[in-house]
Ligand binder design. Structure first.
Ligand SMILES: [Zn+2]
Length: 81
């Protein structure tokens, strides 16, 4: 592979379509989307994405909204229990 972003396995589903730059952008977003994020309530890195902007911690069960593809800013926690 040449310089630049190494193509990830998940983006290979697009084959040669949509252009390299677009596939690189999707790869960057998807890596952040699918990794475990730090929980703003219990600080355990166990937060997974449920849907667009909805995240849930599998340790303390806190469910909260944040950004669509990542939990970057610490959101205001409202307990849904
Ligand atoms: Zn938690």
């Amino acid at each position: 592979m040449a310089e630049g972003i190494k193509h990830l396995k998940a983006v290979r589903r697009y084959g040669t379509r949509y252009g390299r730059r677009n596939r690189d952008k999707v790869a960057l977003v998807e890596v952040d989307q699918k990794r475990s994020h730090k929980c703003p309530k219990c600080a355990y890195p166990n937060v997974k994405r449920i849907s667009v902007g909805i995240w849930q911690c599998s340790k303390c069960n806190a469910k909260f909204t944040s950004r669509a593809y990542t939990v970057s800013k610490p959101p205001a926690i409202k307990s849904l229990e």
